[in-house]
Design a protein around this ligand. Structure first.
Ligand SMILES: Cc1cc2nc3c(=O)[nH]c(=O)nc-3n(C[C@H](O)[C@H](O)[C@H](O)COP(=O)(O)O)c2cc1C
Length: 190
């Protein structure tokens, strides 16, 4: 698969980190774009944010990249975490940076655009922007963890969201906890 993974200045760099760790970058082509604010938040939140070696990183404003044109074939774009500022810009049709242009292209080409906002509470503008994006075909997958797998660490909590992102991309994790499966029976945990 050919994937664009973008990050913006919402809290939740750890979601990005775990997603990058769980995509096999030898089997898939992964392009990473981080906004300036995403880089600031990453420094604040993680001591040691690591970009896997095979991931191609691009500046936020470099339009000399394939995924800003509909002519280049890509499978999915994920914005994780997605700030409400970026969500609003995409909803308004702004494509003033490579990151925004890429999102605009994925929508117009009817390709998978997965937005992972992390904000609470929402105001009416946030909610209306999310509706606009849903109507335009985006997948809005808020960074809201689940607890029925009884996660016992921060990483395990984060993974409950990352598994859902991987499912939406079409690269399901073999370790994902799935309700109703044998591995999800109550005896699995004390
Ligand atoms: C430490 C920190 C945490 C933030 N967390 C969030 C957040 O969780 N959600 C959000 O929408 N914005 C958050 N922001 C605000 C965004 O970074 C800000 O709106 C910025 O303009 C987003 O720019 P970008 O979308 O170009 O990355 C945070 C800012 C800082 C400094």
């Amino acid at each position: 698969m050919k994937l664009v993974i973008a990050a913006t200045g919402a809290s939740g760099t750890i979601y990005l980190q775990r997603l990058l760790e769980q995509i096999d970058c030898r089997a898939h082509e992964v392009h990473l774009v981080m906004s300036a604010h995403a880089q600031l938040v990453a420094k604040q939140e993680l001591e040691d944010f690591k970009i896997p070696p095979r991931v191609s990183q691009h500046p936020e404003n470099d339009l000399n990249v394939p995924f800003v044109s509909g002519s280049a074939r890509f499978d999915a774009m994920v914005i994780v975490p997605c700030s409400m500022a970026t969500l609003g810009r995409i909803a308004s049709g702004s494509s003033d940076s490579a990151l925004l242009r890429a999102a605009d292209v994925f929508l117009k080409e009817r390709r998978k655009l997965i937005l992972v906002p992390r904000e609470t509470p929402w105001n009416l503008i946030h909610a209306r922007n999310a509706v606009t994006l849903l109507e335009a075909g985006a997948i809005v997958l808020p960074a809201i963890p689940s607890f029925y797998s009884r996660p016992d660490s921060v990483t395990a909590i984060v993974d409950t969201v990352v598994w859902r992102i991987l499912d939406q991309i079409g690269l399901s994790s073999p370790s994902a906890y799935r309700w109703g499966s044998d591995a999800a029976k109550p005896s699995r945990k004390p």
